[in-house]
Design a protein around this ligand. Structure first.
Ligand code: 5GP
Ligand code: ZN
Length: 138
């Protein structure tokens, strides 16, 4: 447990949370400042900062929890859709450095937009970047 980590302190029961799921390895609770009511956070109980720090063997527990909590959030809020978000590092908007997945219920009329998109300079730029990423992702 990281003493200065708010999510470790929630996992240890030192700080209260609106818990919605718990297993031996995974915890989920409602975000205190939701995008929409029912916005939940799913995280490993153990402290890992980002996606890349997570041990692969936790992946199955996390994905099972994400799917189960996502289904429950969607049904109980009556949402028409749901966004799954996971921020890594400050540049991507990560405020709490304990890896977590955001489950955000979405409604046809909630007025939210997805992030803005932009084109590549040309197709060659996209293909070259794809080749470099593919070579490293093997
Ligand atoms: P991040 O920006 O790191 O991806 O998301 C962190 C989330 O944690 C934010 O949406 C924020 O509202 C939520 N959060 C921060 N502190 C607390 C807390 O003490 N309790 C709960 N339930 N959520 C928190
Ligand atoms: Zn932590």
């Amino acid at each position: 447990m990281a003493q200065d980590c708010i999510f470790c302190r929630i996992a240890a029961g030192e700080i209260p949370s609106a818990k919605v799921y718990e297993s031996e390895t995974v915890l989920a609770f409602l975000d205190i400042a939701p995008v929409n009511a029912g916005h939940a956070l799913v995280l490993p109980k153990a402290h890992y900062e980002t996606l890349w720090d997570l041990p692969a063997e936790l992946g199955e527990d996390l994905l099972r929890a994400v799917k189960s909590v996502a289904d429950a959030v969607k049904v109980e809020t009556g949402a028409q859709g749901l966004n799954l978000m996971q921020n890594n590092y400050e540049a991507a908007g990560q405020l709490v450095p304990h890896v977590h997945f955001h489950l955000i219920p979405r409604f046809d009329d909630d007025g939210l937009k997805l992030w803005p998109q932009k084109p590549y300079g040309d197709e060659a730029e996209m293909r070259q970047l794809a080749e470099r990423i593919a070579a490293r992702a093997k």
